[in-house]
Design a protein around this ligand. Structure first.
Ligand code: MN
Length: 257
């Protein structure tokens, strides 16, 4: 899939980091007016879903999320960019198709336990995703970790790594990488929609917005509607990963799984 799609002007429902939160994804899509359709989903008014990446890992149902999103992308009702967790998964699947030994997390193990055809399909799917999407005449950029203006429309491997993993300015004494605050420096006119850095509330800065509201950590799953710039979110149905953060809340309305 080419990431350079200026001819696509939406309307879009841009969905933040899903991280295996399948029920919340179905709930969010339902609230946005999407209907289940032969394994995927479609919108009565012809909207297109756009996933900012990190579909997998952390949450309880990475396989179901992949099935749904892959069906939507294949049917042409969704676009997607990869997140660092998705790329890490596909690299693991390619390196060790029968499942890699060693330290791992539940979300990745769940996919690695699937039959070879499914694992191969996932690896192909993630590998074919563009690092970022350039939409609506270049006025809208979607990249998992965000993207500084000089890399908009640059579909090189180096640019893809920045879009997926972000840029870092150094490391803390413990080894944890310090993320470059690219959004604070951003002066571009294109709106940049991203996830990757968990925030309590979606946050606009300099025409960039972070919509990773931490669904797998007891937060919410959030969508940004474009061009309306309306935010819609559903609460996490329960705590999916170890977190001392927001308490569990009741699940939103859930469409038939
Ligand atoms: Mn991420």
């Amino acid at each position: 899939m080419s990431g350079d799609r200026p001819e696509l002007s939406g309307p879009f429902d841009i969905v933040g980091d899903v991280h295996g939160c399948h029920l919340e994804l179905e709930s969010l899509l339902s609230r946005l007016g999407w209907r289940s359709e032969s394994g995927g989903a479609e919108h009565a008014e012809g909207r297109t879903a756009v996933f900012v990446g990190d579909l997998v890992d952390r949450g309880p149902a990475s396989v179901e999320v992949l099935r749904l999103v892959m069906a939507m992308v294949e049917a042409g009702t969704a676009l997607a960019v990869p997140g660092n967790h998705d790329v890490r998964l596909s690299e693991r699947l390619l390196r060790s198709p029968r499942g890699a030994p060693g330290r791992t997390t539940r979300g990745l193990e769940e996919v690695e336990a699937q039959p070879p055809l499914f694992r191969a399909r996932v690896a192909r799917f993630v590998g074919a995703l563009p690092g970022h999407l350039r939409l609506d005449g270049g006025r809208l950029i979607v990249a998992h970790a965000g993207l500084r203006e000089s890399l908009h429309g640059d579909f090189s491997e180096a640019s893809r790594r920045v879009a997926v993993f972000g840029e870092h300015t150094g490391a803390e004494p413990g080894g944890r990488l310090i993320r470059r605050d690219w959004a604070a420096e951003y002066r571009g006119s294109a709106r940049v929609v991203h996830g990757h850095t968990r925030v309590r509330e979606p946050r606009w800065r300099n025409r960039t917005i972070d919509i990773d509201t931490g669904c797998a950590k007891g937060g919410r799953l959030t969508a940004l509607r474009y061009p309306e710039l309306e935010l819609v979110s559903v609460p996490a149905g329960r705590l999916h990963a170890n977190s001392a953060e927001a308490p569990a809340t009741s699940p939103g309305d859930v469409v038939a799984a």
